[in-house]
Design a protein around this ligand. Structure first.
Ligand code: GAL
Length: 670
């Protein structure tokens, strides 16, 4: 067994002589899997209906002859220019009415029947030709669905949106009720009057926006399904499409059920010290989307990307450390974009496994080293210990795309970032040495001791009931601010925010939002101090928060922390209630990291959750248990000494007293 190692391979960018050098170097670098054909449509079908597969035959045969397996793309992510020339209506249109052009990539309207048919035909040809190719390991459908164009506002999309709404609501009065069109004279007399939420004089209808987000995600999923259906007529080889971490336009819960393995593309900024913590959250999401099954990192950079304003190179060892972070958090594959750094085109300054300067380079040496290590690791620990092994977690955070979409709409009560709120909780929990799962609020929560529901803004009755039942049946439920505000149509739950069901379980209700002044107000000299002050033993004394605060009315709960000073002086900030067999916490603000971490410690220790990170290694050392192995990764600038039983299987040294340098990794087997 191997942990897959490789990346996007784009041989069409290079003359044939280079291909032989490619496979030679792939063998040297320990490459086991190459993703081929992602952007090859124009090469495979240079004119409509005229297919050229000879070059791809050669490439696959060459890879096979050299023992490299293939993740074969369906090549539908970027249509060739002829599609737009012959069928201009396949080009997507923005909310402002601008039709996007050819000359870049991914210029298609997801609802276009013409695009879908041409894509299906290409897939049919590819599958007919390569379904039985001995190099084939995995089908790679399209690429990063929704990247660049996630919403299309053209007339074809408008018609598809109306069909989707007809199927959802049945009659237009139902839609009028759901969308609250009594407001601002928005009433529709028939479905034919409805358009996508195109540019408008001011705020667009919130439920229309939310439905359009739902529709757009499901149109992309329909594109994916259409291609998979063609593959499945002829091939039973596993199928995937690459996700993009916390990607707002696409509800991955719906997608995850339809891939055979979850795969992800993530490019954390090497210059940002918070990147490893944020990346840890992305890895945990990928594991969770697959229900705990192993996933694969489909793309990362060996060093710099080319699309930030300032593109920092990875520091020595950083690529290796971040790769092990993925393995620790459940990945069975480490792949990159792309194999050979391009000599031309928009991504020529994006790093590759083989850099512009060749193999006498730091990047290539690190590529080779990691390849050797991953092979040795796979051989050494075998299937039982790591391949397919699970990452245990008794703590979960709810993730809900409806809440994300709605909370961040214009005219919502706050400019709070949904994902940054999730991240604050995740970061606090992982800094205690935990792997944290993500769950749906209506999913099976029975395997967890603690479930945190931050900013669960849009909540169905079923979700609220599921969360409350979790607490009542013995779990520790932690509800964060801005939760239970609306139902699934964005209608307010009247009579005190949180809704009846949570109000009973938590023993509190929310009278009013009272967010702190925006930092720019203070900066403008208005004299309003932005941070909110907090006090309570759960924070170890006093703490600050900057993001949010609310007026909490306690009916039947203990108050564990208070807001102090300012308008909320003396009002509850954190409450707890014994809810039958379990506990229900409410947190009406977002304390800064240290305080949130202390609050998490209180919650976890009360719930009996063990925390392997006692803090003695400092904030920068990431500890994760996967199967029988404990991974220790030092993301900080200074070296540190490990004090664990067992030995490090990478160095063969005892783990007690082992010096872990900056970017160092130890994999400890007790
Ligand atoms: C991804 C994409 C790749 C490449 C990479 C660069 O979005 O799938 O083709 O563009 O980003 O970082």
């Amino acid at each position: 067994m191997t942990i897959w190692y490789g990346g996007d391979y784009n041989p069409e960018q290079w003359p044939k002589e280079v291909w032989h050098d490619d496979v030679r170097l792939m063998n040297r670098g320990g490459i086991t899997l190459a993703t081929v054909g992602v952007f090859s449509w124009a090469h495979l079908e240079p004119r409509e209906g005229e297919y050229h597969f000879g070059w791809l035959d050669e490439v696959l045969d060459l890879l096979h002859a050299n023992g490299v397996r293939v993740d074969l793309a369906t090549a539908t992510a970027s249509p060739p220019p002829w599609l737009a020339m012959r069928h201009p209506e396949t080009l997507p249109v923005t909310a402002e009415g601008v039709r996007l052009s050819v000359g870049s990539r991914q210029q298609y309207c997801p609802s276009s029947p013409v695009y879908r048919e041409k894509a299906r035909e290409l897939v049919r040809r590819i599958v007919e030709r390569y379904a039985d190719h001995p190099a084939l390991e995995l089908w790679h459908v399209n690429n990063e669905y929704g990247c660049h164009v996630s919403h299309c506002y053209c007339d074809v999309s408008a018609a598809a949106f109306r069909d989707w709404l007809r199927a959802k609501y049945g009659d237009v009065d139902e839609l009028n009720r759901a969308w609250g069109t009594a407001f601002w004279s928005q009433r529709y007399d028939s479905f034919d009057e409805i358009t996508p939420p195109r540019a408008a004089p001011t705020f667009r209808n919130p439920t229309q926006l939310l439905d359009f987000d739902r529709f757009s995600s499901s149109e992309l999923l329909a594109c994916y399904r259409a291609e998979v259906a063609v593959i499945r007529e002829r091939s039973s080889v596993p199928v995937t499409t690459n996700f993009m971490g916390f990607f707002k336009p696409v509800d991955y819960w719906a997608w995850a059920k339809e891939v055979d393995i979850v795969t992800d593309d993530t490019y954390p900024d090497p210059a940002d010290p918070i990147s490893p913590a944020y990346a840890a959250m992305v890895r945990d999401l990928m594991r969770s989307l697959g229900g705990g099954a192993p996933w694969m990192l489909m793309e990362q950079a060996t060093s710099a990307v080319n699309w930030r304003q300032q593109n920092a190179a990875k520091s020595p060892g950083q690529m290796r450390a971040w790769s092990y972070q993925c393995v620790a958090r459940g990945a069975d594959g480490i792949l990159f974009f792309q194999w050979r750094q391009s000599a031309a085109g928009s991504e020529k300054f994006h790093s590759g496994l083989v850099p512009h300067s060749g193999t006498d380079t730091r990047v290539w040496r690190e590529v080779e080293q990691l390849g050797q290590e991953l092979k040795a690791l796979s051989d050494r620990v075998g299937e039982a210990a790591i391949e397919g092994s699970r990452v245990p977690s008794s703590v979960a955070i709810t993730l809900d795309w409806d809440s994300w979409w709605a909370l961040e709409q214009p005219a919502s009560p706050t400019d709070v970032s949904y994902v940054q709120t999730l991240f604050a909780w995740h970061h606090a929990l992982t800094s205690l040495g935990l792997a944290v799962d993500f769950v749906r609020a209506d999913g099976d929560l029975s395997g967890y001791r603690v479930v945190v529901a931050p900013a669960h803004f849009v909540a169905t009755d079923g979700q609220l009931d599921n969360l409350a039942s979790f607490a009542e049946s013995g779990g520790a439920l932690v509800v964060g601010f801005a939760s239970g505000i609306t139902d699934e149509h964005l209608h307010i739950r009247l009579g005190g925010y949180l809704g009846e069901r949570l109000r009973r379980t938590l023993g509190v209700w929310i009278e009013e939002f009272a967010p702190p002044a925006a930092p720019d107000l203070a900066a403008r000299g208005s004299g309003i101090a932005p941070p909110v002050q907090l006090s309570g033993d759960v924070f170890g004394g006093s703490a600050e928060a900057r993001v949010w605060s609310e007026v909490v009315r306690v009916e039947d709960a203990e108050t564990l922390a208070l807001f102090t000073g300012g308008a909320l002086d003396g009002w509850p900030a954190v409450t707890r209630r014994a809810a039958d067999a379990g506990t229900a916490w409410y947190v009406a603000t977002l304390p800064e990291h240290g305080a949130l971490r202390r609050l998490c410690e209180s919650i976890l220790s009360e719930a009996g959750v063990e925390m392997p990170g006692d803090g003695s290694l400092g904030e920068h050392v990431e500890l994760v248990r996967r199967g029988a192995l404990l991974f220790a990764i030092n993301h900080g600038p200074d070296s540190t000494q490990l004090q664990f039983d067992g030995s490090d299987i990478l160095s063969g040294e005892p783990a007690r007293g082992l010096e872990l340098p900056s970017q160092g990794v130890a994999i400890i087997e007790a």
